[in-house]
Design a protein around this ligand. Structure first.
Ligand code: NAD
Length: 280
């Protein structure tokens, strides 16, 4: 612990609400009140999901992560530590989603928050895409969010501070060239979230969405390694002059999922270093 955490509580204002915070155990930030809470972070063996799981665990939560590859999940859990566990699940399969939530219910017994994330639909211009491609993107991006929400809700409603955070993309604000499937299907997740914000409010289930711009995950590094000049072009467009890190993405999402973000509901938030140029 540092000196500050040994001797002070701090006061913070979130959406105009005053909070007195006891600094967290690690002594390096505000207490997100995650001790004893459990979160499910999907598609999290690496990348954005892993960044969120890491931030939740380092602030005292337990997490269950999932993805399709057991070896990758084992590696991720060994790096997250004893408060993390995994379930192998392909989010395009309805039965895997039912088993995933059943596993959380049977083995952990509580769920305080759900981070909804999946792999991205493939690139390609309109004339290259078949009905099969469209259906696959619909299942991967929208129906995984619908099914996860449906299965998780009964357990979430038992929490005193339940929340769902949908991870989408800056593509819901402005289309990205050559990513038609993402541009077309991800906005449906925002429609889902905004509707749920009204439907689930009586049950005190908070719902929000984040829209990453360019976060330097392994996938982004792999894509850019094939075209270093493309990375320079992208970074030149970002006002902060760099891509974000999974850690920066993770801490913001952990905050939004936590009880401390108690008045943030129905919001769509960019994490893009200022890349988006629109007014709204
Ligand atoms: P990543 O490849 O680093 O990680 C993706 C994770 O999802 C992996 O753990 C993978 O195993 C898992 N996954 C993929 N398909 C799955 C499925 N069907 N079922 C279960 N798990 C599955 O990618 P990332 O950069 O972390 O991106 C995550 C998502 O965010 C993608 O949809 C991506 O398009 C989107 N996104 C990323 C960025 C960025 O800058 N990184 C920006 C905008 C949107």
């Amino acid at each position: 612990m540092n000196d500050l955490s040994e001797t002070h509580t701090s006061t913070v204002y979130v959406a105009g609400v005053k909070y007195s915070c006891v600094p967290c155990i690690s002594g390096d930030g505000m207490d997100l009140q995650l001790n004893g809470r459990n979160y499910l972070v999907t598609a999290a063996s690496r990348g954005l999901g892993f960044g969120v799981a890491q931030a939740l665990v380092s602030d005292g939560a337990t997490v269950t992560i999932c993805s399709r590859n057991e070896a990758a999940l084992k590696k991720a859990v060994s790096s997250l530590g004893e408060h993390a566990s995994y379930v192998v699940a392909d989010l395009t399969r309805p039965s895997d989603i039912v088993s995933l939530i059943g596993n959380v219910r049977d083995n952990v017994g509580r769920l305080d928050g759900l981070f909804v994330n999946a792999g991205g639909p493939p690139p390609g211009p309109f004339e290259s895409l078949s009905d099969h491609d469209w259906q696959a993107a619909f299942d991967l991006t929208l129906m995984s969010a619908v099914r996860l929400t449906r299965e998780a809700l009964p357990l979430l409603k038992e929490s005193d501070a339940p929340s769902i955070l949908y991870s989408t993309s800056i593509s819901v604000k402005e289309p990205i060239d050559n990513l038609l499937l993402s541009n077309a299907v991800r906005p449906a997740v925002i429609g889902l979230m905004r509707t749920l914000a009204r439907e689930l409010a009586p049950d005190k289930v908070r719902v929000n969405a984040v829209c990453p711009g360019y976060i330097r995950t392994d996938r982004v590094k792999e894509l850019l390694s094939k075209s270093p000049s493309r990375e320079e072009e992208i970074v030149a467009e970002i006002p902060l002059g760099r891509m974000g890190t999974p850690e920066e993405f993770g801490v913001f999402c952990a905050f939004l999922l936590s009880p401390v973000a108690s008045y943030i509901h129905g919001a769509v938030m960019l994490i893009d270093g200022g890349l988006y140029r629109g007014m709204m």
